[in-house]
Design a protein around this ligand. Structure first.
Ligand code: NAD
Length: 351
């Protein structure tokens, strides 16, 4: 199958592209603008693989996107390209509206033009999978879970821009008959995660003996899914999801931010006992404005309909993730020293 993946040089996109090509044998075109968040090294394993090609292009560039469709003739699109960091959306919202809203419209329009030119059997097989976040649903009360029926209530520029893109994707299905599927997923963790997000930031700070900054009281809760479980879920939705439907993907691992940082400290104490206890590095910093208290996913629909479920256990997979960063300094060192903008923005640490 020929699959066009946008944002394939990012954290989730690279895990997905590696899975699609190296494990499932699909042909993939990665379309990515290579923003600060991209690391093409993440796809280095596919450098000489004829089944993969990387096109550097902005999803807001209509001509470039149309050219990619014409050159590759995809049988499916998996749309992940986005501005993804909540703190940046607070300081620079315009980039989020541009990429997440306008860029999605450009992708949907190009896909529609391509779809309308397909033959009957090709049309029946074509899918456009729009990848989104549980943050569109806002904050949950204690003990609550999001389902596909949850009301949209985005509260940050990031989540509002992703909510807008979800509505556009569904509208292109209803209005133009584009075979759209939508996924909303919880917080991801795992290898190749850009070091401005909570888990990699904490890992690299712990490694360097720096403070581990936790927003507010640290009791904000998130539902964590390993990036490979997410990639598997996206493939399951693409292959077996019902057109026009939404599927929530989550890891069934709700933890407070403080629980996550403590688990990381425990992992570090095991790997570097000479530097422990690492919990002494935890420092509490002023909370993020509008910081949602709880996100948690009920992935029951995806599990029941698609035969998919998250396979990784959080604490064990977190320890594997720590080891990945210890073993792959060549991946993160240039970001940390050169292009890393997190410290300039004075970011705290939250997903
Ligand atoms: P990321 O920031 O790591 O990667 C985003 C990628 O998109 C980068 O490679 C970047 O270069 C590319 N990109 C950005 N703007 C672009 C543009 N205008 N044109 C083309 N490419 C552009 O993001 P991620 O964490 O891998 O998230 C991927 C998708 O999954 C996003 O849509 C995000 O909303 C969604 N999502 C993320 C999470 C999470 O925990 N990270 C959870 C749920 C959903």
């Amino acid at each position: 199958m020929r699959i066009l993946v946008t944002g394939g040089c990012g954290f989730i996109g690279s895990a997905l592209v590696l899975h699609l090509v190296a494990e499932l044998g699909h042909e993939v075109m990665t379309l990515d603008a290579l923003t600060y968040a991209a690391n093409p090294v993440s796809l280095a394993a596919l450098a000489d693989d004829p089944r993969h090609r990387l096109v550097e292009a902005d999803i807001c560039d209509t001509a470039a996107v149309r050219a990619a469709f014409a050159a590759f003739a995809p049988q499916a699109v998996m749309h992940l390209a986005a501005e993804s960091h909540v703190d940046r959306s607070i300081s620079e919202p315009g980039a989020f509206i541009r990429t997440n809203v306008i860029g999605t419209q450009v992708m949907l329009d190009a896909a529609r033009g391509h779809f309308e030119g397909l033959s009957g059997s090709e049309r029946a097989a074509f899918r456009f999978l729009h990848v989104s976040t549980d943050e569109v649903y806002g904050s949950l009360p204690p003990g609550g879970f999001f389902t596909e029926a949850s009301r949209y209530d985005p509260r940050s520029p990031y989540s509002a821009s992703k909510a807008a893109s979800d509505h556009l994707a569904r509208a292109w299905h209803e209005t133009y008959g584009l075979p759209v599927l939508v996924t909303n997923c919880s917080n991801n963790y795992g290898p190749r995660h850009f070091p401005e997000k909570l888990i990699p930031l904490m890992i690299l700070n712990a490694l360097e003996g720096k403070p581990l900054p936790v927003y507010g009281d640290g009791l904000n809760e998130r539902d964590w899914i390993h990036v490979e479980d997410h990639a598997g879920g996206l493939v399951a939705v693409l292959e077996r999801g019902r057109i026009g439907e939404t599927y929530l993907l989550g890891g069934r691992a709700v933890r407070s931010n403080l629980d996550v940082v403590r688990a990381l400290c425990a992992a570090f104490d095991a790997v570097r006992p000479d530097r422990g206890p690492h919990e002494r590095l935890i420092t509490f910093v002023a909370d993020r404005p509008g910081h949602d208290r709880r996100y948690a996913i009920d992935p029951g629909k995806a599990e029941a309909e698609l035969g998919w479920s998250p396979s990784k256990r959080f604490e064990a997979a977190l320890t594997e993730t720590v080891r990945w960063y210890l073993d792959n300094e060549a991946w993160w060192r240039p970001i940390r020293e050169g292009r890393y903008k997190g410290e300039r923005l004075g970011l705290g640490a939250s997903p």
